[in-house]
Design a protein around this ligand. Structure first.
Ligand code: FA5
Length: 360
């Protein structure tokens, strides 16, 4: 029986002979080569695998001799396979290199949809254009800011609720020196401070960009965009501010758009006001006012905060309040975009759903 096992192995190897060489050589691609290889060395059905299975019956003292024969045969098969595989790879690479080249300048066969700016950025650009046309210079400010430029120089008292951990995103405050604490700016008024601290009047500047607050509901988002504008000169009054904001409302919503100022409080302006514009979604004449959800039937929608820059703020920025005065205003771009396009929730603007964004 044991002699038979060795003999059977030898007979098996002899029968296999070198037929595999022809089979490998005639395989014309990698898939058929691998099929041929599996016929010889496949785990279950391979012809050589079956012969190798006979090793189980070879007695220990004859195993080295029988094993050497089997392994030598197997090595030959594997070497031949690897060699052929390398030849096939080289041949297909050569074919690729010598094929007719692709013309990369040809137009694509499928039309590619064109993208466009996000509605918030479209609105931002339109607003900046209005102010640029009114003579304002556009300036950028940082989103990560010192507490000093975001709050202190704007005359926020240290215990103002806006400076709270619950309202503002502070950055690495632990261990920071008290006068160098860093935060994500809560409004674009930081740019007002930066520009006023480095230039001498006159100046008329607008700045737009993202701001951050711990806010989250249907009209409030933790990240939103603001535009800040301000002007400092020797002869400046609320009347100038009113004229600029009326021009802005007309630029945005058309001639004759009504504007109304309501007294309001911001620590960095005196006097301060909030500005409402006439609701563009309803009208008394058309009988739609009584049900308007946008203006809550009042006929007015609040869009921004503004006022005459507080003398303390001018002083903090190195500007003499005896000689100069200024006005400033700031508003949320999302709010304007929502009114402009009739978007009922601020969330739509940040979900990035292409079905929504494609409408603008
Ligand atoms: C300010 O941020 C002042 N810096 C504006 C200002 C500038 C006043 C210069 C005076 C002089 P307020 O916190 O009200 O003010 O924000 C201004 C506008 O930002 C609001 O009218 C609203 O439209 C928008 N806004 C505020 N919080 C959010 C929020 N979480 N999500 C979206 N929009 C917001």
């Amino acid at each position: 029986m044991t002699e038979d096992a060795v003999a059977a192995i030898e007979r098996g190897l002899a029968e296999l002979g070198d037929a595999y060489r022809d089979a490998f050589a005639t395989a014309s691609n990698e898939i058929s080569l691998r099929d041929e290889y599996a016929k010889v060395l496949g785990k279950k059905q391979g012809s050589l695998t079956r012969v190798m299975g006979l090793m189980r019956d070879v007695p220990a003292d004859r195993r080295p001799e029988a094993g050497a024969k089997v392994n030598a045969f197997k090595d030959q098969v594997e070497r031949t396979f690897e060699q052929r595989l390398a030849d096939l790879h080289r041949a297909s690479r050569d074919a690729e290199l010598h094929a007719r080249p692709y013309d990369l300048t040809l137009p694509g066969r499928l039309p590619v949809g064109r993208g466009h700016l996000h509605p918030v950025l479209q609105t931002r650009d339109d607003l900046l254009t209005i102010f640029r046309d009114l003579g304002f210079e556009v300036v950028e400010g940082p989103e990560v800011e010192l507490e000093e430029n975001n709050f202190t120089k704007l005359a926020f008292p240290p215990d103002h609720p806006a400076t709270d951990m619950q309202d503002t995103f502070w950055v690495g405050v632990d261990g920071a020196p008290k006068d160098a604490r860093v935060l994500l700016r809560t409004h674009t008024s930081n740019t007002q401070v930066r520009v006023m601290s480095t230039r001498t009047p006159p100046m008329a500047v607008v700045s737009a960009g993202p701001v951050y607050r711990r806010d989250d509901d249907i009209t409030h988002s933790p990240m939103f965009h603001q535009i800040e504008g301000f002007l400092v000169d020797e002869q400046v009054s609320m009347a100038d501010l009113k004229g600029v904001l009326a021009a802005f409302a007309e630029g945005l919503y058309g001639p004759g758009t009504p504007v109304r100022f309501r007294p309001s409080y911001f620590p960095f302006v005196e006097p301060g006001a909030e500005v409402d514009i006439g609701c563009v979604f309803c009208s008394e004449a058309a009988g739609t006012r009584a049900t308007c959800r946008v203006c809550k039937t009042t006929g007015w929608v609040e869009v921004l905060g503004c006022g005459m820059i507080h003398p303390d703020v001018l002083r903090h920025c190195g500007i003499d309040p005896e000689r100069y005065r200024g006005y400033a205003f700031g508003f949320g771009i999302e709010r304007i975009a929502m009114l402009r396009y009739g978007i009922p929730s601020i969330k739509h603007l940040f979900e990035n759903d292409p079905r929504f964004l494609a409408q603008f």
